[in-house]
Design a protein around this ligand. Structure first.
Ligand SMILES: Nc1nc2c(ncn2[C@@H]2O[C@H](COP(=O)(O)OP(=O)(O)O)[C@@H](O)[C@H]2O)c(=O)[nH]1
Ligand SMILES: [Mg+2]
Length: 388
């Protein structure tokens, strides 16, 4: 599961990245601070199954705070995009190739409208945020279009050699993670490859299917941010964020100053702060009060669980422990249609091969191999080899 952070320079991508990974990345107001992509581990929130089952979990990966399990995902922060990046200007091609890996994109915008397309300060409310959103979407759509154009001749040739359209699409567009299902949708809608009329429409369709974009309305603490947010909130899938506040809280938390559970709307001061620290923390608190938190964790959760509709599934033996005595050590993120058998394949090909059925660890009921898993299911896999 890879989430990509995109956006123009100085919108706050590196701050967002650092705050959600606590990696130490350079943060400054200079454009193009991040030259190579930063790939780090961020987390999504899942209510742990432990308390419900009367046990205390020991996660192998990620961690638990106050019964909330933080399950690792990958986050990529890439350098800012400038106009005509798809043609290779600026860091364009590098940018686009890195983003190929992402399943969903978070476009971090400066919702205070205070920085232009190059990331230069132009005064609060001076830059059109909607323009910023449209621009990025357009650049990425154009990239898809370029790839389609470049491959069209070859795709047509393969068609003349009697190959199936869907097979060709999967093969030629594998870098976009175009699968059977998406390829069939394209053909259903636009016809066989030789009948395609508007490559533009196909590019947009493919981009929407393979790389949905949601918006982080960042710098929500600054002047003009609220007005701008209200203007875009009904038109786009957008969540207000305060990346700088999230980063400060993570640091304060690491320093033992506060107790903060990422994603919550408030925090607790647990060590006497200096006057300066207290002022900074109270400012952050007031912004969180207004917006229901910093939004950083919220948008990551939204991307994974709402937009991609992934689900967290807990594998478990009968005693809920692994051989080392760890309770509910794992929590896997699975695609929206994943069934028991797909889950088994993820764990081990042998388990999948010998799989008989699964058991729901809450109800102890049997689940068939093709049962479609639900978010927060706890599953025991029963395979032939293990049956006594
Ligand atoms: N006020 C405010 N400033 C922010 C916020 N997020 C980032 N910044 C500042 O915006 C500037 C650019 O941030 P950076 O993360 O380097 O942007 P990038 O170029 O998109 O990676 C830095 O000075 C950050 O401290 C925020 O939520 N509020
Ligand atoms: Mg950066």
């Amino acid at each position: 599961m890879i989430v990509g952070l995109v956006g123009k320079p100085s919108s706050g991508k590196s701050t967002f990245f650092a705050s959600s990974t606590m990696a130490v990345v350079e943060i400054s107001e200079r454009p193009f601070t991040t030259i190579k992509p930063n790939i780090g581990t961020a987390y999504v929130r899942v209510k742990d199954l432990g308390s419900e089952l009367g046990v205390k979990s020991n996660p192998r990966e990620g961690f638990i705070i106050d019964d909330i399990r933080f399950v690792p995902i990958k986050l990529i922060d890439v350098a800012g995009l400038i106009p005509e990046a798809h043609k290779g200007k600026g860091l364009g091609n590098q940018f686009l190739n890195d983003l190929n890996q992402a399943y969903v994109l978070i476009n971090v915008v400066d919702v205070s409208g205070s920085t232009n397309e190059r990331g230069e300060f132009v005064g609060y409310g001076k830059y059109d945020v909607e323009e910023e959103i449209k621009f990025l979407e357009k650049e990425i759509n154009l990239w898809y279009l370029d790839v389609l154009k470049r491959n069209l001749e070859k795709m047509r040739r393969l068609r003349r050699a009697q190959r199936e359209s869907s097979e060709i699409l999967v093969e030629m567009l594998s870098s976009f993670r175009v699968n059977e299902e998406i390829a069939s949708l394209v053909i259903e809608r636009f016809g066989e490859i030789e009948k395609w009329e508007s490559l533009e429409e196909i590019a947009v369709f493919l981009r929407e299917k393979t790389k949905p974009i949601i918006i982080a309305a960042n710098k929500i603490d600054l002047p003009f941010a609220e007005e701008n947010f209200n203007r875009i909130k009904d038109k786009y899938d957008v969540i207000p964020t305060f990346a700088e506040g999230e980063l400060a809280l993570k640091r304060a938390s690491k320093a033992g100053l506060v107790h903060y559970v990422p994603g919550e709307s408030d925090f607790e001061i647990i060590k006497k702060p200096t006057e300066e620290q207290e002022q900074a923390l109270e400012r952050i608190r007031s912004i969180m009060k207004k917006w229901g938190g910093t939004g950083v964790q919220k948008i990551l959760d939204h991307a994974v669980f709402d937009v991609l509709e992934y689900k967290a599934v807990f594998p478990a033996g009968a005693k809920l422990k692994d051989k080392d005595g760890n309770v509910l050590p794992d929590c896997f993120l699975l695609e929206k249609d994943a069934r028991v058998i797909d889950f088994a394949k993820k764990i081990h090909s042998d388990i999948a091969k010998n799989l008989l059925y699964a058991i729901d660890i809450r109800t102890k009921k049997r689940l068939a191999k093709d049962y479609v898993l639900k978010h927060r299911d706890g599953i025991e896999l029963v395979s032939a080899a293990r049956r006594k």
